[in-house]
Design a protein around this ligand. Structure first.
Ligand SMILES: [Zn+2]
Length: 373
């Protein structure tokens, strides 16, 4: 079993979303394993699993993630990280991850993961990054063999609740010429402000390594303010609760009249990209203030107001999704057409942590691909 879905057609036009060139900015390495790979790697290290059939294990991940309990949700990562503690495990997972992105029509992907969580069987931080990079490069070759092409950047993540931020920032900078495109912090957001990792962010700013920060997922605009002010984030991991800084004054048949608070105003005017992940945002309760259905997601409000929205998967295994599927879900919910989907990809290309000329090449490839569709 793998999580690449069947063909998705854009409602109305019949265009295949699978084939459209796409950019994926927020996709966790330890959230995108193939169930069969987990079974094989677990077997090789003697780890017991809740199911030993790939389809059943895939369903278990999805059910745990839909349980509404954060404790149950986090158990899924205990299993995925457990099988990613060796060079072989990390490298294989990274390789297959890139292959799966390629089959999803992704032409550029940023893959984030936290090296500090992969040291349980003796790897050093640097060895872990090298193992992932080796897998990524093999995956890029596999995608090329299949007749497509893909580019990948690693985002090295530090865990918010731990205190290794500076060490991880230095690790990211050490590998910037060898696959690392940027830095991220992840994990428990509420109670663990970006400011706790100020030394890391100061260092990254001096070294000019791009930063994205998970913020506005499990905490509100105050956390986003910290990501921008202390983290100097160029993008926001989800950032969905930025919508709490937008006041809807009144609505009539055609228009919604709003007032932007200072954080929302800054994020929109500076074109700081929001790494929105529709299915994940529903599962984690990030949009609970607005409802529990995709139609309640402030994605469309943010898009219509001119925010630089991007569409992401977050954890493909836990949400049993793909970038194609997320775009199809949004299109069904909000009636988006090909032009809207193209805008989301161009937003993501513009916000990627690559040099300007590479971002322009990505944009050209997206425009050409959408013209052919
Ligand atoms: Zn995430």
């Amino acid at each position: 079993m793998n999580v690449i879905p069947e063909e998705y057609l854009l409602s109305g036009g019949g265009t295949s979303i699978n084939a459209l060139p796409k950019v994926s900015l927020h996709d966790h390495l330890d959230g995108g394993l193939r169930p069969q790979t987990i079974i094989e790697l677990a077997d090789s290290i003697g780890l017991d699993l809740p199911a030993t059939d790939a389809a059943q294990l895939g369903s278990w991940f999805e059910n745990q993630s839909n349980s509404g309990s954060l404790v149950e949700y986090l158990k899924t990562f205990d299993i995925t990280t457990a099988v990613m503690q060796t060079h072989e495990g990390l490298s294989r997972v990274a390789r297959e991850f890139v292959e799966d992105l390629g089959r999803d029509g992704v032409i550029y992907g940023e893959i984030r993961w936290a090296p500090e969580q992969h040291l349980g069987r003796g790897l050093t931080l640097d060895e872990a990054v090298e193992a992932v990079q080796e897998g990524i490069e093999a995956g890029i070759d596999d995608v090329a063999q299949s007749g497509s092409s893909i580019r990948i950047g690693q985002l090295v993540t530090a865990m918010r609740h731990a205190n290794r931020g500076l060490e991880i920032a230095e690790l990211a900078v050490r590998h910037r010429d060898d696959g690392v495109a940027g830095f991220d912090i992840a994990g428990a957001e509420l109670g663990f402000p970006a400011r706790n990792h100020l030394a890391a962010f100061d260092y990254l700013a001096k070294e000019f390594l791009p930063v994205t920060v998970h913020a506005g997922e499990a905490d509100g605009p105050g956390s986003i303010r910290g990501a921008l002010f202390d983290g100097r984030a160029l993008r926001l991991g989800h950032g969905v609760r930025l919508a709490e800084d937008i006041t809807i004054e009144r609505e009539d048949d055609d228009n919604t009249y709003v007032t932007l608070g200072p954080v929302a105003q800054w994020v929109r005017d500076r074109e700081i990209a929001l790494e929105l992940s529709p299915s994940s945002n529903l599962q984690t309760g990030a949009i609970a203030a607005w409802g529990d259905d995709l139609l309640d997601h402030p994605f469309d409000l943010l898009y219509q107001l001119g925010f630089r929205v991007t569409v992401n998967t977050d954890n493909r295994l836990m949400s049993n999704t793909s970038l194609t599927q997320e775009l199809a879900l949004l299109s069904d919910a909000f009636g988006y057409d090909l032009d809207d989907l193209e805008t989301f990809q161009l937003n993501a290309a513009a916000a990627s942590f690559q040099p300007l000329e590479d971002r322009e090449e990505l944009a050209d490839a997206i425009i050409a691909g959408f013209q052919e569709a």
